[in-house]
Structure formats: structure tokens, C-alpha cells
Write a protein that binds this ligand. Sequence first.
Ligand SMILES: [Zn+2]
Length: 271
Amino acid sequence: MVTASQHISLIDSHCHLDFNEFDDDREQVIQDCLNLGVKQIIVPGVSASTWQRTLSVCRQSSCLHPALGLHPYFTEQHTNDHISELDTQLSQLKPELIAVGEIGLDFYDKTTPDSERHKQIEIFEAQLALAKKYDMPIIVHNRKAHDLCISLLQQYSLRGGIIHAFNGSIQQANKYSEMGYLLGFGGLSTHPHSSKLQGLLQQLTPSQIALETDAPDMKPYGVDTPFNSPKHLPLIAESIANTMQTSLPLQSLEVANPIFPTHSLICSTVD
Ligand SMILES: [Zn+2]
């Protein structure tokens, strides 16, 4: 059991702590996280209209690290002006921002019109170009478009980042790893029916993965709260470690250091 919180030091590599679900008790959640050994939290931005909220939430605690990006889920809202605005934000705030994200492609819904898919690709590419310009890592959301994503990432040849909520094949996983990307795994992999994700984890090494909650989404198995919280990261870490038949995969988080060089995301291993 993961109970000796002082002995672990985890990074939640993907948590939407700026979302409304946390408005009532955000400070308490942060304090509880620190007590439980969740020492650093990456908070990705999703749309230009909410970037200020992402930034102001992250300025409340030194353990919160903001990223800014245009999420493919909100493609309808995004405009070329938002790309220019992101360029400005990155140039002004780069040391504060840990990555460009959350960016990517979401082709899950088969009814999404081609025009919207093209717009998703355009916006993703524009943000890859910005990540290249500022030499920053990226946080990628990808559903049902891994081969396209891999070929785009090969073209842009960035410093790496995290493929959040990875759910592709082992071949795709290994391609991402070769290019310097960590694969994000969270609560979904803890559910008994998630045999595909568990099979993937068994073929990966801890140094290929990053832990994440994706809170308030993706509740881990057995959690009875209305929505997910970064407080559940130790539970997820324990479940993933069991699946991988390793001790807590904390060494994977140390790999985050070269990927996020502007921040000292130092993680200790289990005592
Ligand atoms: Zn997200």
C-alpha cells in the first residue's frame, strides 16, 4: 500500500486543476496532495479564453506548473488570432510555462466533418511550429490519430513531451519513445476491464511512461467521489506499478527532467 507519503515524490503530469470542479476547495486539494507525496502538478491550458485562469491558479502555489495551448476538443472556438496570442504568451512567459499544451488531434468521433479535422491539423501544426520556435516540450492529446501525429512530430523534431492518456499500439508507443516522448497513463488503466492498457503497460518500461490523473476526468477504479482529483495519483501509481510488476515507477518521472529543463522537477525514489 502507498501510505508512507513522505517517502514518495510524484508528479501529476496532467491535471486540470483550474477547472470549476476545484473552485470550492482548490487550496485544500493542493495541501492534501503535498501531504500525500504528490509534489508537482502540471496544469495544461485548453483555450485562449481560459488561459488567464490557468495562469492565475498556477500562481497560487510553486508546485503548480502551467502549460498553454489550444485543445483539439475546442477546435470550433479557436482562431488564428489565438495562435498569435499564444506566440505572444510564450515569448513573454516562457520561463513560467512548462510546455505548449494541451494540443493535438481528436478523431474519436467518426462523424466529425473533414473540414473540422483539417482545422484540427492546422491548429496542431501551428502550435508545433511555436514549440519549435521556443524550443519547448509539448503535451499532446491524441485520439484515433496516432500515425498522423507521429509523422507530424517527426517533421517538427521537437525536444519531446508527453503523449497524454496514451491508448495506441505498442509499435506506436515505441516510436514515441524513440522521439523522446513519455506516454501518459492514468486512472483508466486501473479499471479491471482495461486489459488493452494493462497489456501495453506490461510491454513498456517505467522510463517510457509518465503518471497522470487527468482530473477532474478519468477516475481510477474504486474511487467513489463525484470527480477525479490529483490526490488519487498515489493510488494510480500503485496500480500501474503492480501491473508493470515493478516497484513504484518513480524513476520514470525523473526522465521528465531533460524534457522540462526550465523546471527542476526533481523526484526522489522510494526510500
Ligand atoms: Zn487534458
